[in-house]
Design a protein around this ligand. Structure first.
Ligand SMILES: [Fe+2]
Length: 320
């Protein structure tokens, strides 16, 4: 059948439909059909596929920049207390880390994540550092958002600092948090009493830009006490295990922020001191260490397959 020249565009459509009706789903057959078509057919098909590829890329990039970083989730985990401290069973702890308030992540974004913790009604809140990034002008806004979170926990809030807090001014961040009633640990430990039992929180200084001193951190803690380590980086968790902690909570790595199926985070996307125990529950010298993916974002402000999280910890008694 001969098409008039005015019908030329339709001839391709007709033949293309014929291909689609007769071709098997097998990719090799489709590819053979594609390569055996005329050059104009191949050009149109390539342009169509290219346009679809660009549209998909733009959609994924938009999602990674404007959607995924702002959809935090609540992760629930259990940690087993050491024998002899079963009285701490059912004590609940909200854990928030790496809020990174900056021009791309506002105190309102932090408040939205904090609301998930407040709704879960923890007894205690612990904060894992990196509250701001880039400039000290974000400190007050971050501290106010975290202060409202601290008010919601009957036992208050305890914090350590991260490397970005040191970058913008560790003393200023510490003062702002303390002004909100938050206890800040810098190579120090503190105890909370709950229903007749005592839990110690040990907070070494940031390992990247601070000067961690574990002997000084653990010095006030009685031998055999139930001690939860709170350290911005999970990299050296074996050291807090050696000091007697039964578990550690950390942040810092953000899970890499951008992760790929079957592969995970690119090693180059992980910060120094953030390449071990990258995210989730891991084991360091027999001690559980949980690394939060964090709440905020660092540059580039993208998240892909690595949603922000806040963590709700329930202490449990071990098997008798
Ligand atoms: Fe961070």
């Amino acid at each position: 059948m001969v098409f008039p020249s005015a019908m030329a565009p339709f001839s391709w459509q007709a033949r293309s439909r014929e291909h689609s009706l007769t071709a098997s789903p097998n990719f090799r057959q489709w590819f053979r059909g594609f390569t055996e078509g005329s050059s104009s057919e191949r050009r149109v098909t390539a342009m169509t596929m290219g346009t679809l590829g660009v549209a998909l890329g733009v959609r994924l990039l938009y999602d990674a920049r404007y959607v995924q970083p702002y959809r935090p989730g609540l992760t629930r985990i259990d940690l087993v207390v050491p024998p002899g401290h079963e009285g701490l069973a059912n004590l609940t702890i909200g854990f928030v880390s790496d809020t990174h308030v900056c021009n791309a992540f506002t105190p309102d974004d932090v408040a939205r994540a904090a609301a998930l913790v407040i709704e879960a009604r923890p007894d205690l809140v612990v904060l894992g550092g990196d509250y701001v990034s880039g400039s000290p002008r974000y400190i007050d806004g971050a501290a106010e958002a975290l202060g409202r979170l601290a008010e919601a926990a009957p036992l208050g809030a305890i914090a350590v600092l991260g490397n970005h807090d040191h970058s913008v001014g560790a003393d200023s961040v510490e003062e702002a948090l303390q002004a909100q009633g938050i206890t800040v640990l810098r190579n120090a430990a503190t105890a909370v009493d709950w229903q007749g039992s005592r839990l110690w929180i040990a907070g070494p200084e940031d390992s990247l830009l601070g000067r961690p001193n574990l002997p000084a951190t653990f010095a006030p803690i009685p031998l055999g006490a139930a001690t939860l380590a709170l350290w911005h980086e999970a990299q050296f968790a074996e050291r807090t295990a050696a000091c007697g902690a039964f578990a550690q909570l950390s942040g810092h790595s953000h899970g890499g922020q951008i992760r790929f199926p079957f592969f995970g985070a690119l090693p180059v996307a992980l910060p120094p001191h953030g390449r071990r125990h990258v995210m989730g529950l891991n084991c360091a010298a027999g001690m559980p260490v949980y690394t939060s993916r964090g709440v905020g974002v660092y540059q580039p402000p993208l998240r892909f397959l690595c949603p922000p999280e806040v963590v709700f910890v329930t202490l449990r008694a071990g098997r008798p």
